[in-house]
Design a protein around this ligand. Structure first.
Ligand code: GRF
Length: 191
């Protein structure tokens, strides 16, 4: 197997790192991370991408007329890099028509709740404030909606009595770092 993937991220990049670690360690055997796409040149993920020598496309949305403008360039980069699966890991934008037309069904997103509960921003904070006894992590296919695509994999996280929002956040992120590489491998094996 030889599958080239791209990861899109806008912030910290801990999931991009977890994916890259899984590639390096051989856990994602036959899979390579060949493009990182980032829409915020000042995001911490950009340093990680440079340190790991991952080929990148880093852009400022305001340099383009509209979403179609930058998505057209992203689509070209994905094609040039011969990408077969796109992984959104903290990409803080709705994907538009240009990318969906080409990538729907081959683009997944990671979300820190048990969708359909708590879609959108700050899902961990939303769950915390709602006082739920359990929340979790979802990997789903991307469609035009906000965290609405077909769910592929979910795993629960218990909110314990002594948890704080911070400790809950930590548990969720730890799980994400395992669940996302697992989901990538499983999806690619099923392709
Ligand atoms: C993760 O919690 C992911 O579920 C959400 O954004 C966060 C990204 O974290 N979509 P990081 O940038 O990978 O550290």
């Amino acid at each position: 197997m030889n599958m080239r993937i791209a990861v899109f991220a806008s912030g910290r990049g801990s999931n991009l790192l977890a994916i890259h670690d899984a590639v390096i360690s051989g856990k994602l055997e036959g899979i390579s991370l060949d493009l990182a796409v980032c829409d915020r040149p000042d995001a911490p993920v950009v340093d990680l991408v440079h340190k790991r020598n991952i080929p990148d496309f880093i852009f400022c949305p305001k340099d383009y007329a509209d979403k179609n403008g930058f998505e057209t360039v992203i689509a070209e980069k994905l094609a040039e890099a011969k990408i077969g699966l796109v992984v959104l890991a903290g990409y803080m934008r709705l994907v538009g028509a240009v990318l969906l037309e080409k990538w729907e069904g081959r683009m997944i997103n990671l979300h820190p709740s048990l969708l359909p509960a708590f879609p959108g921003k700050d899902a961990i904070g939303q769950a915390w404030r709602a006082g739920v006894k359990e929340t979790g992590v979802t990997v789903h296919f991307v469609d035009a909606g906000m965290d609405t695509g077909r769910i592929y994999l979910q795993q629960k996280v218990t909110v314990d009595p002594d948890d704080t929002e911070e400790s809950l956040s930590e548990k969720i992120h730890l799980l994400e770092h395992k669940l996302l590489p697992d989901a990538i491998l499983k999806i690619i094996q099923e392709m």
